[in-house]
Structures are given as structure tokens and as C-alpha cells.
Design a protein around this ligand. Structure first.
Ligand code: C2E
Ligand code: CA
Ligand code: CA
Ligand code: CA
Length: 268
């Protein structure tokens, strides 16, 4: 993964590339990113496939570093390794919930790392953030990966159930890339299934159809990720996929752009 990360650094100016490659420099800079206000959230609309109506917006982190907007690929792995993802994650939750207060009933969906989910009183702290922002639980969806749900299952289940009892929804991110058996999935405390973009990109229509059927039986709402063209959207609609997300609808954009999109939506 490291090699891939380096290969992709071609995007940056040489001096920035140098700095990013010096892991210790980057870790030091990242440590200050939260306190110096260098992090920002962009939001990508999640739409109802049949109507195009925006039902949620996923918060995706960006780092304003040396005059560029650095994507998560270059700093989230390091943040995970160093534990910095925890304070960064709390910042993101507070920031996203402040937006949710303005966008409700459109929900914000926020990525939560394994480290953060295992913090003491995670559920209590999330509920306190919602309360401070005056957002009902229904305004927040938290995204966790399959591996998070499987590891430490009992503690995780209790945490998620507490949040769900307050209306917060739980989404399984990148569904299909992990190891969950279907029977296991049935017992998980989740509400939303995010079908990994690989299934959409590779047109694995049979698998997609099976996942959609399963989700329906389990009363889960499915979001197809990475929808880039009308063909993919058409197939997904035909297979009965309720929600979708991807460049076809919008790339991740600053909060102000979501304001404009919601204001233009006369069905709200
Ligand atoms: P993810 O949670 O699976 O987020 C979806 C990624 O797919 C985003 O990349 C998004 O920009 C990209 N994407 C959206 N539509 C399309 C499309 O149509 N085609 C393709 N090819 N890609 C699309 P991004 O923003 O670079 O984020 C990458 C990953 O970084 C995220 O994957 C997530 O795992 C992590 N991440 C981002 N923000 C946060 C955060 O606040 N906290 C944590 N813990 N992780 C985060
Ligand atoms: Ca996600
Ligand atoms: Ca995903
Ligand atoms: Ca991911």
C-alpha cells in the first residue's frame, strides 16, 4: 500500500512530494493539522436513484497543506498508524454535525475508524455532540467497515445499539470487500449497506442483484458507491437499488455547494 501511495504522489509539486515522503515530517505536520485548522470536510451527495433527490451527504476529509488540498489516500493511513485519526475523527464528527443541523432532514454520513469506535464512551460522546449541535439522531449516519463490526463484536454491538436507540443509523462501508458471511451480516446492528464501488465499476450485476435482495430481506437500505455513468445508474435502478453515490451525481464538494443543491431541491 505504501508503494502505491508513493506512486500516486506524482500529483503534487516536487517539494511537497519530498515533504510527504518524509514520514516523520508528515506525521509532525499532521499532528498540528487539527489545532491549526488545516483540515476541512468536503461532502458528497447520496441520492435517491429513482428521483435524484439528495437524501444524505458523506463527509470526506481533506487537508490543506502547503497550499494544496491533500486527499485522504496520503494521510489517513498515517493517521491510522499514529492514532491521530482519533482526534481528527472527533473533529470531523463535530464539524459534520454542525452542518447536519442546517441540512436536516438530509443526514450527514461520517466515516469512523476502528480506533475511534473503541474510545471510552464512544456512544455517549457522539450523543453529546448531537445534542450540542441540536441535531436529532436521525440526522447522523456513521460508517464503519465490516472488519470493525467483526472484531470485538460484543462491545461494538453494545456501542452501536445505544446509538441506534437514539435514531443514529449505522452503515457498513465498502461492503463486499471484507469477509462477512451473509448469515453473519444478518445479526449485525446495521441499517445501511454501502456496496463497494468495485462491484459497480466491474459491472458485477449478478452479485449486486443478490446483495440488493438480501438487503431488502434484512430491511437495510443500500447505497451503491462509485456510480460514474448512466449505464451503471440504469442497471442499478433496474435491480431496485434505492440510493446511489458517485461522480455521475457529484464529486465531493465544499459545504456551501451542498447548501445550494439543497436549496434548489423543491421537494424538500
Ligand atoms: P470511502 O469512505 O470509501 O469514501 C469514498 C471514496 O470514493 C472517496 O474518496 C470519494 O471521493 C471516492 N468517490 C466518490 N465517488 C466516486 C466515483 O464515482 N468513482 C470513484 N472512483 N471514486 C469515487 P476520498 O475522499 O479520497 O476518501 C478515501 C477514503 O479515505 C474514504 O473511502 C475513507 O475510507 C477515508 N476517509 C475519508 N474521510 C475520512 C474521515 O473523515 N475519517 C476516516 N476515518 N476516514 C476517512
Ligand atoms: Ca465511507
Ligand atoms: Ca466506501
Ligand atoms: Ca474505503
Amino acid at each position: 500500500a505504501k508503494t502505491t501511495g508513493r506512486d500516486r504522489l506524482v500529483l503534487f509539486r516536487p517539494e511537497l512530494k519530498e515533504a510527504l515522503l518524509r514520514r516523520s515530517t508528515l506525521a509532525g505536520a499532521l499532528r498540528h493539522a487539527v489545532t491549526r485548522g488545516e483540515l476541512e470536510l468536503h461532502y458528497q451527495p447520496v441520492v435517491e436513484l429513482a428521483t435524484g433527490r439528495i437524501v444524505a451527504a458523506e463527509a470526506l476529509m481533506r487537508w490543506r497543506y502547503a497550499g494544496e488540498s491533500v486527499p485522504p489516500l496520503h494521510f489517513v493511513p498515517l493517521a491510522e498508524q499514529t492514532g491521530l485519526i482519533v482526534p481528527m475523527g472527533w473533529w470531523a464528527l463535530r464539524e459534520a454535525c454542525a452542518q447536519a443541523a442546517r441540512w436536516f432532514p438530509t443526514a450527514v454520513t461520517v466515516n469512523v475508524s476502528a480506533h475511534q469506535l473503541r474510545e471510552d464512551d464512544f456512544a455517549g460522546r457522539v450523543l453529546a455532540i448531537l445534542k450540542a449541535a441540536k441535531v436529532p439522531g436521525e440526522g447522523l449516519i456513521i460508517e464503519v467497515t465490516e472488519s470493525v463490526l467483526i472484531t470485538d463484536a460484543d462491545a461494538t454491538r453494545a456501542t452501536l445499539e445505544r446509538l441506534r436507540s437514539h435514531g443514529v443509523r449505522v452503515a457498513v462501508d465498502d461492503f463486499g470487500t471484507g469477509y462477512s458471511s451473509l448469515s453473519y451480516l444478518m445479526s449485525l446492528p446495521v441499517d445501511v449497506l454501502k456496496l463497494d464501488k468495485a462491484f459497480v465499476a466491474q459491472r458485477q450485476d449478478a452479485i449486486t442483484g443478490a446483495v440488493l435482495k438480501l438487503a431488502e430481506v434484512l430491511d437495510l437500505v443500500t447505497i451503491a458507491e462509485g456510480v460514474e455513468d448512466e449505464d451503471q445508474a440504469g442497471v442499478l435502478a433496474r435491480l431496485g437499488c434505492p440510493w446511489a453515490q458517485g461522480y455521475l451525481y457529484s464529486t465531493p464538494v465544499p459545504a456551501a455547494d451542498i447548501d445550494a443543491l439543497l436549496a434548489a431541491d423543491k421537494t424538500r
